[in-house]
Write a protein that binds this ligand. Structure first.
Ligand SMILES: Cc1cc2nc3c(=O)[nH]c(=O)nc-3n(C[C@H](O)[C@H](O)[C@H](O)COP(=O)(O)O)c2cc1C
Length: 438
């Protein structure tokens, strides 16, 4: 595969994000990697873009590598995209993906921006990797980078890509029927009524195409005693005041699955009231992300493509729960693509790192539960066990001290002048160590 890396960081080779690209290049030497340092050389590209356009045309995959800057990408990458679009280049049929590093503050808007502009250029977009600045220095982050790249290679092979927002679903995915398989439990949770023929048909289509056995659970038939009352009496031990057995049903039947697929008809720009009842009653799990790592998917009847808020909601829910969102299918091709991605995640344990929705959402919950731990005991015990409190600011004394020392140096004009590029080099030292490892 021929890859064209578009490095949008003004730091060029010294970019933290670019270290992940180097890491992937080292682990996948069978691909050809060309690099355009557009962040550093934007002024020369403003004068002559031809070389860059040629390199892009030769590639099978464009890989945008950039830091998140103020909700989006750096000015230099914006300018490069502007120049590329003005050139009128035809890149259709090629793939694009992205790697960013940041502190996850609005990485979602940055990724959407790159995705939408790539789609404008006719590129087929594969969902990118949004890593924290320090991720590559950890084993978990290194695994996430390699898993991501294996997923990208699989997607290119299978012609799997994201569908532009607001567009009709398009072809994509190989749509070849896979042989029947066993060993995974997949549950379709639906609120389909008997007269909801289109939704029933979509579920049937999924069950026929999906290689693993599926079980359908219809929550519209569940004898709920009522909606969540917000009484918080479940806070200590997770027991609901209602005696309709829903908590048991949820924990024993639903949460024990290997993957969940939700099927609904869009009603009033949402999943409909009966699904909301089911969702709210899951408050017996408090703020505990009990299905972390489990892939999820959606089968939808309705014009999901134009439901911006619902799209954000489904992504945010998956991110906060740290589930891989394998996709939302609202037509036949979408069902095929969902089956493929769900299988890939189930068989390869694919769980990308959380983005702003997940990281930000969990920080809010973490602070809330820490403060309310005397009452929210079930949540507190879970957060402690999962290590969710480990990165709380007051536990990072070493970093706080280090930053104070750097601050002192920067405040001293003589020391600041002497520093030169030492700060950048110091920042890159741990990444260089990772790259030097065998
Ligand atoms: C001008 C500027 C704006 C930034 N804006 C954001 C932001 O909106 N969200 C975030 O999480 N990080 C933000 N950051 C942090 C960078 O994304 C982060 O340091 C990144 O890892 C740097 O990558 P690089 O070394 O590849 O350039 C910002 C940094 C700078 C200098």
């Amino acid at each position: 595969m021929k890859i064209c890396v578009i490095n949008g960081s003004p730091k060029g080779k010294n970019s933290v994000t670019f270290q992940t690209v180097l890491y992937l290049r080292k682990h996948f030497p069978d691909s050809q990697w060309a690099v355009l340092h557009v962040g550093q050389r934007i002024r020369s590209y403003e004068k002559d873009l031809s070389g860059a356009l040629e390199t892009m045309k030769k590639a099978d995959l464009l890989l945008f590598s950039y830091p998140v800057y103020t909700f989006l990408a750096p000015w230099q990458l914006h300018r490069f995209i502007e120049l590329v679009k003005e050139s009128g280049i035809d890149l259709s049929g090629r793939f694009a993906t992205q790697i960013s590093t940041s502190k996850h503050f609005y990485d979602v808007t940055a990724h959407r921006y790159i995705e939408q502009n790539s789609q404008d250029l006719g590129l087929k977009c594969i969902r990118g990797l949004s890593a924290d600045m320090g991720d590559l220095t950890t084993q978990k982050g290194q695994k996430e980078a390699l898993d991501f790249w294996n997923f990208v290679r699989y997607s290119v092979r299978e012609n799997l890509y994201e569908i532009p927002c607001g567009a009709q679903q398009d072809r994509g995915g190989s749509n070849t029927k896979q042989p029947r398989k066993t060993g995974k439990k997949v549950i379709v949770v639906t609120n389909a009524l008997p007269e909801d023929r289109a939704l029933q048909a979509r579920i049937q289509e999924f069950r026929e195409q999906f290689p693993y056995e599926t079980e359908t659970v219809n929550i519209a038939q569940y004898p709920f005693a009522g909606g969540c009352l917000g009484c918080l009496k479940c806070a200590v031990d997770g027991t609901c005041v209602y005696r309709d057995n829903f908590s048991e049903f949820l924990r024993q039947r639903i949460q024990k699955a290997d993957a969940l697929v939700y099927a609904f008809t869009i009603r009033d720009h949402s999943m409909g009231a009966s699904f909301k009842l089911y969702d709210d009653r899951q408050f017996c799990n408090g703020h505990r992300t009990v299905t972390m790592g489990m892939p999820v998917g959606y089968l939808i009847n309705g014009d999901y493509g134009s439901e911006d808020n619902l799209r954000m909601l489904l992504e945010a829910r998956a991110e906060v729960g740290h589930n891989y969102l394998a996709g939302a299918a609202w037509d036949t091709d979408g069902v095929g693509r969902l089956c493929q991605k769900l299988c890939y995640a189930l068989e390869n344990g694919y769980v990308p790192p959380q983005n702003f929705y997940g990281v930000g959402g969990m920080k809010i919950f973490r602070d809330l539960i820490y403060v309310m731990r005397g009452m929210m005991r079930a949540d507190h015990a879970f957060y402690k066990k999962q290590g969710f409190y480990r990165d709380m600011p007051h536990r990072q004394a070493g970093t706080i001290l280090g930053m104070t020392l750097v601050g002192e140096m920067l405040a001293n004009p003589k020391l600041k002048a002497k520093m030169g590029t030492k700060m950048q080099e110091g920042m890159l030292a741990p990444y260089r160590k990772v790259l030097a490892e065998k």
